[in-house]
Design a binder for this molecule. Structure first.
Ligand code: ZN
Ligand code: ZN
Length: 306
């Protein structure tokens, strides 16, 4: 399985347009050892021909242009065989609306996430210009689903959605009660090798279900949004703590670095990194701590064979 990180930052990206925190200022001015990052999206493929995007970020156009594997090979064409959505947050699905140029799309999501995007959304009509413009493939929790390649060919990959502790997207909160289908992770399995990529980019806590989702995975992508629970209040960027936003911090005695210390995988990657997170700095002690724990900090363009 080929894996390519298109975007590695949390919502807002790095730097974020309205943020003057030390990280955002520093990367704008070239004063810190850090590189800019676009919002989270990862492309996977078994054969290098049919690609599946994990989330559709608002920066999808630039992300596609920045990776030759996703460029058209005919006058009207796209190697993107499907798009998988982990939840309905705008930083994960707004990019769908940018793919409006009359090309059929296949989107894999829970029914809950599908409804949250489609229902009452007048902008969605731009993806309903012809019959079959969008094919929704509903992911039932825990059930293996075939990922269909281009032209209906087998892609060599299957996906299972696993429920993650999370919350509904901001724009739907209060409209519907929280539901286990609001936020999911993926276990993507390559048929030929049996190798599994576990993709858990938004995790509020390490529950038994989260441990099950990681079990036996050769590669793990995990929620790297915040280093500490009070990261935003400490920088005077509001009152919300990491856990209020359904993100388990990396650091601290209860953080993911400690909680997953005994977990083994060939490759473990923190992704969905908020612009305030000190792991974004190449020379920070927090970066050194995650690397000492066997983790990689995702950056745009990170690519590997699983
Ligand atoms: Zn997000
Ligand atoms: Zn910032």
């Amino acid at each position: 399985m080929r894996v390519r990180v298109l975007g590695s930052a949390a919502g807002g990206g790095f730097p974020q347009w309205n943020c003057g925190c030390p990280n955002c200022r520093g990367v704008r001015e070239g004063a810190i050892a850090a590189r800019p990052r676009t919002q989270e999206s990862v492309a996977v493929s078994a054969d290098g021909q049919a690609w599946f995007l994990l989330n559709a970020s608002p920066e999808i156009r630039a992300q596609i242009e920045g990776f030759a594997g996703l460029h058209p090979r005919a006058p009207r064409d796209s190697p993107i065989a499907g798009i998988l959505l982990t939840n309905g947050d705008l930083d994960h699905c707004l990019g769908l609306l940018s793919l409006r140029e009359s090309y059929p799309l296949t989107v894999y999501a829970t029914d809950r996430v599908r409804r949250g995007f489609v229902e009452g959304n007048v902008l969605y009509r731009t993806l309903e210009r012809f019959a079959g413009q969008v094919t929704w493939r509903v992911l039932a929790l825990g059930r293996d689903e075939e990922l269909t390649g281009r032209g209906g060919a087998p892609s060599g990959l299957t996906v299972a959605a696993v429920p993650l502790p999370g919350q509904p997207p901001i724009h739907l909160r209060g409209r519907l009660p929280p539901d286990p289908e609001d936020s999911v992770g993926f276990r993507i399995r390559e048929r030929a090798t049996g190798r599994v990529l576990a993709y858990l980019s938004g995790v509020a806590a390490v529950t038994p279900a989260v441990r099950d989702a990681l079990d036996g995975a050769a590669c793990v992508f995990f929620d790297g949004t915040f280093w500490s629970d009070d990261e935003l209040p400490a920088l005077r960027l509001g009152s919300q703590r990491a856990r209020d936003m359904a993100h388990l911090p990396i650091g601290g005695p209860e953080g993911s670095l400690a909680a997953l210390a005994a977990h083994r995988a060939d490759r473990r990657v923190y992704i969905h990194i908020n612009n305030t997170n000190p792991i974004l700095r190449d020379d920070s002690p927090e970066r050194a701590a995650v690397e000492a724990g066997g983790w990689t900090v995702a950056h745009d363009g990170l690519e590997f064979e699983l």
